[in-house]
Design a protein. Structure first.
Length: 86
């Protein structure tokens, strides 16, 4: 083997060793969330559709249930109306 080819093999091997010599990153450990006294989420024994005591409540769940009920009522009336016509 010529010295020039050997030189390229050694350089290639040193580049590969640099690739595999990676260092591990130390990520911060997730801290436990502190429970505040103003939060009533942990005290609630059952799920409420609309809880005014919660600061994150925006009424979307209540609106969704009302919309579904409205659609079911409208379809029921349309079905009753069409069955009476025939």
């Amino acid at each position: 083997m010529s010295s020039e080819v050997r030189k390229y093999i050694v350089e290639d091997a040193s580049k590969k060793s640099e690739i595999f010599s990676a260092q591990l990153l130390k990520l911060p450990i997730k801290k436990k969330l502190l429970k505040t006294e103003t939060s009533h989420q942990n005290e609630c024994e059952f799920w409420k559709l609309y809880d005014k005591a919660s600061i994150h409540e925006d009424g979307d769940q209540l609106k969704a249930v009302r919309g579904i009920c409205l659609v079911l009522v409208v379809f029921s009336f349309i079905g009753l109306y069409s069955s009476l016509l025939s």
